[in-house]
Design a protein around this ligand. Sequence first.
Ligand SMILES: Cc1cc2nc3c(=O)[nH]c(=O)nc-3n(C[C@H](O)[C@H](O)[C@H](O)COP(=O)(O)OP(=O)(O)OC[C@H]3O[C@@H](n4cnc5c(N)ncnc54)[C@H](O)[C@@H]3O)c2cc1C
Length: 532
Amino acid sequence: MFDYIIIGGGSAGCALAARLSEDPAVNVALLEAGPADKSVLIHCPAGLALLAKSGDANWQFETTAQPGLNGRKGYQPRGKVMGGSSSVNAMIYARGHRADYDHWAAEGNAGWGYDDVLPYFKRSEHNERGADTFHGTGGPLNVKDLTTPNRFGPIFVKAGQQAGFPVNTDFNGPEQEGVGMYQVTHKNGERFSAAKAYVAPNLSRTNLHVITGAHTTRILFEQKRAVGVEYQHEGHVKQLKASREVLLCAGALQSPQILMLSGVGARADLLKNGIAVVHDLPGVGQNLHDHVDVVQVVHAPQAKELFGISLSGLVSAVKGIFEWRKYRTGMLTTNFAEAGGFIKSQPQEAIPDLQLHFVIGKLVDHGRKTVFGHGYSCHVCLLRPLSRGSVRLASKDPLAAPLIDPNFLGDRDDMDRLIQGFKIMRNILSQPSLAGFHGKESPKSAGATTDLQIEQFIRDNADTIYHPVGTCRMGSGPMDVVDAQLRVHGLQGLRVVDASIMPRVVGGNTNAPVIMIAEKAADMIRAAAVKN
Ligand SMILES: Cc1cc2nc3c(=O)[nH]c(=O)nc-3n(C[C@H](O)[C@H](O)[C@H](O)COP(=O)(O)OP(=O)(O)OC[C@H]3O[C@@H](n4cnc5c(N)ncnc54)[C@H](O)[C@@H]3O)c2cc1C
């Protein structure tokens, strides 16, 4: 019997496990479907390039056919390993805009405004730049500037400046807007996932039990109270009991799936799949949305200091491997998306509605397609899409992938903003700072000059930039799944704590916000335990 059972050892699950097990009197079990994070590809930042292609630490989901993408299916990588998606992500440290959290609070979620959540961001953080009004030191999550930045990041920033954007040295400071270099979740030249930050230092705690290779198949209920979980482990079906709470942290695609498999969801859908209804909660799996994104690729064969497959690229990579192994410095400390920015599609926008990620290599199909030669790429993504989709069950088989339908570009406004974003990005890439490298826009996009042609290019090429959220939405309406304490409506002993609770996606990358959510949840859970 455990006090708390945490399902999913990702960004949220790791942070929650560490915080709850700080009290030696509390017993915590953390169940992760994937393996321990032993692969060097996880710890070496540039290993990211290979993780996209490998199924070892990655669920490698795909979406349903997307009408907004001309019927194509999108790719949805998700970490399947200790650390979850923080073990396979691009390591950018970003929090979104102050207005995102104030919006959550204004929607009726007391305690989630920016001033409420800032202390949790700071508590989680150890920023090597030092502490200030916006940043913390001494927290578990190491944040720093890149160890060995590529020359092209600052060149891109200069191009952004030449295109009229302010340079921003801290996207998580007083002002988000502008172009600049990203800070990353690294330490000593290695990836610093949530597992490394929160779980690894605490593995000696006798009250923290981490079980890897444990695929939760359902939550166990006694009437309306969650009392434990059933999971598959080494070919056996096993059960664990929780005396206080079950904490669901399986991420935006799988937390709703686990709820539905356990009988919590829209009654008709559950019955259709042959699942007995524990609680009719129609919002489970609804409100899926994600940052839809499109990439422009530029061929720059002479710019050999960029990542690329060539003879000189190979020589540099070999040198890079030796350097990283010996000193934890050099080109392999890259997160590839080294620079970027937060910009407005129209000057009259109140806050940035687009994000740029400048990549020091040619990126095609999420890095799954091998491309030869050197060059660079730039992503533009839409920060607050209006399109909403869903996660549904494909079947009652707990090991089957769910049906993921983000409904990309389902709303016309999303397309209009992305077209605008594509034009702004192309303008930045054509500035004098980059022109000296004689880059040539990939013929795939170069022909798209009118709005209609750009729209076509977007429909043929856009996809996620990996921030699905919203499927167990926090709120107090009939389609909301959890309350502002993250307790599942209508049930006892069960909370959801991960990206799925976001009512609306934040305007930025989602790892730090999810860790903040877990930090805050830990306090709420501890406070509830004291009360009872
Ligand atoms: C390729 C990629 C790049 C990204 N880049 C960035 C970036 O640069 N910066 C940033 O801030 N964000 C980035 N993100 C997003 C960010 O990493 C995620 O939003 C965040 O990690 C989500 O945290 P989570 O706890 O909600 O889910 P996850 O971290 O995905 O954790 C869910 C965990 O639950 C486990 N699980 C699922 N089902 C079960 C089950 N049935 N039983 C047991 N365990 C289960 C999973 O294996 C996983 O470990 C990226 C994501 C990806 C995939």
